[in-house]
Design a protein around this ligand. Sequence first.
Ligand SMILES: [Zn+2]
Length: 90
Amino acid sequence: MPDFINCKHCKKLFAKFDQSSYCDNCTEVEEEVFRKVRNFLYACPNSDAIAISKATGVPPLKIFEYVKEGRVAIASKPEIDEASEEGDEQ
Ligand SMILES: [Zn+2]
């Protein structure tokens, strides 16, 4: 019996089968975004979040999320004002 949770991105209710916090649609979108970051890091392994963000258009907070989840490794964290980018993620 799967748990039903609200998608972290679009708030749609969906059956949670694995660790994902996103519905199927958003998982695909998320994967696409992640792939962009990962591909950039293949090309430029020692980039920091700001450089990655500039090159891929992915917000730095998103990149830090990947780092926290252990999905990518980036150069040391630059000083950025994280509070200013706080979204409505709650
Ligand atoms: Zn969704």
